[in-house]
Design a protein around this ligand. Structure first.
Ligand code: SAM
Length: 210
């Protein structure tokens, strides 16, 4: 079956980390809620047997947990799936919303410098698209994809903020090595609770030095 504009979109994050850490949990909850609001589905695939899905996530109707991997889920029609790949030769465009109905992302936390773990999905042979040259967090990558394929906004018209500095107080701040979508106040859009989590993690890192 070929995709078209009216086909509901599915955002699939293939789980590649050994466990679901608190950062990923907040990112996935943001993806689930935003997918729900946009009339799309969000699937977390390749979950190990016995994986405990956080309650807040399973409470979102658009969310689906899957033990099967994306290759098995789309065995019948791989051409419907677009892998969002920082190394792809072509950038994502609004027309890709007509070509694909499932958009696949690596379920990995961002790293600096990037370790190209998306290559684990590239090997599976899905057609790839890039979201520009700068690494995004997974929830940002899904947000940007949705704005392009559902909102029909060209990639270069989306407002971004690169490497924002989060200031916790007069003395503490941290620079995030990623690209984010900018909100109306010029601030990076981040999952609910993320700034607080980053602050706690940076306090812990400082405590660990002593
Ligand atoms: N450093 C990571 C790596 O090893 O590939 C990138 C991980 S990124 C936090 C998580 C996912 O978001 C990637 O697997 C990819 O699907 C998507 N992503 C992030 N930035 C992207 C970009 N600029 N272009 C395409 N996809 C991107």
């Amino acid at each position: 079956m070929a995709a078209n504009d009216a086909t509901p979109k599915a955002y699939i994050v293939e789980h590649l980390d050994p466990e679901l850490g608190p950062w990923s949990e907040l990112e996935y909850l943001a993806i689930a809620r935003e997918s729900q609001a946009a009339g799309a589905a969000f699937c977390l695939s390749s979950l190990p047997a016995g994986f405990r899905v956080p309650e807040a996530l399973s409470a979102v109707p658009a969310f689906r947990a899957e033990n099967r991997g994306v290759e098995e889920l789309y065995a019948a029609d791989k051409s419907r799936v677009c892998l969002l790949d920082p190394s792809a030769a072509k950038d994502l465009s609004p027309e890709d919303g007509d070509k694909f109905d499932a958009f696949l992302f690596g379920g990995i936390l961002g790293d600096d410098p990037p370790r190209d773990r998306t290559s684990e999905l590239r090997k599976k042979g899905f057609e790839g698209r890039r979201l520009g040259p700068v690494q995004m967090t997974t929830d940002t990558a899904v947000r940007v994809t949705r704005l392009v394929v559902q909102g029909k906004t060209p990639l270069h018209d989306i407002p971004y903020v690169d490497f924002p500095e989060l200031k916790f107080n007069e003395h503490e701040s941290t620079e995030m090595p990623f690209r984010y979508v900018k909100d109306d106040e010029g601030k990076p859009i981040m999952p609910e609770g993320m700034v607080e989590l980053i602050r706690k993690d940076s306090d812990k890192a400082i405590d660990d030095l002593f």
